[in-house]
Ligand binder design. Structure first.
Ligand code: ATP
Ligand code: MG
Length: 440
């Protein structure tokens, strides 16, 4: 029994120039890692496609599900494979093509194309052929004409009112003649799009547990950034009562897109209490945010990351006015990426549902930020006002304390499973002698 062939298409936009080999190498690596543990016989690159050949016993449904999470793929689908050399009736591979008649060569391909489309519903169709193996003696145009004509006659014979349409047909039956078999397929699953994983450099995402920052991280990962996460937590004496478990679940949901990641956990409540005690009430939230950015900047230094990601969306809450985002952002020299800044909440939730973070973020958890919420938060703070408020706080010392108390967890995605692989320091101290006790 032959194995399953999956044809993978990628956008050609990122293939321009000298980076082509680098991106293709990364895409191939992404596919290989995503399919780890499933029996892959080989991955070939005939022309501008990739063809994954699974062993006969491999779970092809699992392979398709996993491929949905490989960024850089525009579409993919299972193909029918026709070994035209055998079909041509000659054992001598080298001159099989030359000696067989056109009709002998095309007849098994036509039959496979018919099987592929006969139960599909469509009113217009086209056949598109590619010949990445030039030793096949019928050229692409002739294949399209022959097979298209054959399918048309068969469909009409069944009384179906269909038309051939070359521009935007409802169904396209594709035929790829590779150095191996000819591949025939009409149904394609949409891929994730984006750029291959880990091609763009490293970033740190401030992950809150809410809907937005998880989606923001995803958007940057999809464009090839490798993202590590920092989560600031408070409330609840144990991890289960705080937002930590939410952050962990989100990271597990996101790691398949990039295969490995880190989660830095910072106990934030002691630091927040200092802000509450010493800074003007109306600036509290903005000062929490600046402190988070300062600590995240230090984490970026440890992680060789070149920028920070937040889930800010313009005007969504008081801290996300243009003025406040500028005043908060002034606390770090690193670029801040806000991929959701122009998105509506509904658009963000739709992505969250698609990538599976929605239900995790929807769980109730203790968010540290609303703690000690000011009655009238400043809507238009300036960087200077916040600098001044921080001056009396000893902000450098707070950053040091944050860094000293952080813990690190590593996650990876292998064999189709996302899990935590190592945990260094305990995230929450157990027992009553808590070192995380509030300082106020
Ligand atoms: P989210 O849905 O991500 O919580 P939000 O719309 O609720 O975003 P805020 O809570 O104001 O907005 O937070 C703005 C951004 O600040 C978040 O998207 C996130 O990047 C960062 N942030 C907020 N709280 C935390 C936290 N506890 N740990 C890490 N980052 C945080
Ligand atoms: Mg939030």
């Amino acid at each position: 029994m032959a194995g399953t062939h999956i044809v993978v298409h990628y956008h050609e936009l990122w293939l321009k120039g000298r980076n082509r080999d680098f991106f293709l190498h990364k895409l191939r690596l992404g596919i290989k890692r995503a399919l780890e543990g499933l029996e892959v016989t080989r991955i070939t690159q005939p022309g501008d496609r990739m063809v994954i050949e699974l062993a006969p016993e491999a779970d092809s449904t699992a392979a398709l599900t996993r491929l949905e999470r490989v960024s850089g793929i525009s579409s993919f689908g299972i193909a029918r494979a026709v070994d035209w050399r055998v079909a041509a009736g000659s054992a001598a591979e080298n001159n099989a093509a030359a000696s067989a008649s056109k009709d002998e060569l095309l007849s098994p391909i036509r039959d496979a194309a018919w099987e592929e489309i006969r139960s599909e519903k469509f009113a217009t169709f086209a056949v598109r052929a590619k010949r990445s193996y030039k030793g096949f003696p019928v050229n692409a145009m002739a294949i399209e004409r022959e097979v298209g004509g054959y399918l048309f006659d068969k469909l009409r014979a069944e009384g179906r009112e269909i038309r051939v349409r070359l521009n935007h047909p409802e169904l396209t039956c594709r035929i790829e003649v590779t150095p191996g078999p000819a591949l025939i397929y009409a149904r394609r699953h949409p891929g994730a799009g984006g750029l291959p994983a880990n091609t763009a450099g490293r970033l740190i995402c401030l992950l809150s547990g809410g809907f937005d920052s998880a989606v923001a991280a995803f958007k940057m990962m999809k464009r090839g950034a490798h993202v590590s996460f920092v989560h600031f937590w408070g409330g609840g004496a144990r991890a289960g009562e705080s937002s930590v478990h939410v952050a962990r679940e989100l990271v597990k949901r996101l790691v398949p897109w990039e295969f490995t990641t880190k989660l830095y956990l910072v106990p934030f409540e002691p630091l927040q209490r200092e802000i509450v005690r010493r800074a003007p009430e109306k600036f509290r939230i903005l000062l929490y945010r600046r402190l988070m950015l300062r600590i995240a900047e230090r984490v970026a230094g440890m992680d060789q990351a070149r920028g920070l990601i937040t889930g800010d969306s313009l005007g969504q809450v008081a801290s996300q006015t243009i003025q406040n985002m500028a005043a908060v952002g002034a606390a770090t020299k690193l670029p801040i990426y806000r991929p959701l800044v122009g998105d509506d909440k509904l658009e963000i939730l739709e992505i969250a549902r698609k990538i599976g973070t929605h239900d995790i973020s929807a769980e109730p958890f203790h968010d540290c930020c609303p703690m000690f919420l000011p009655k009238a938060p400043a809507l238009f703070a300036s960087p200077e006002e916040l600098d001044e408020a921080e001056a009396s706080l000893g902000v450098e010392e707070l950053v040091e304390r944050g860094i000293e108390s952080l813990t690190l967890e590593r996650y990876h995605y292998a064999q189709g499973i996302a899990e935590q692989v190592e945990s260094f320091l305990p995230v929450t101290p157990t027992g009553s002698g808590s070192t995380r006790k509030a300082t106020a």
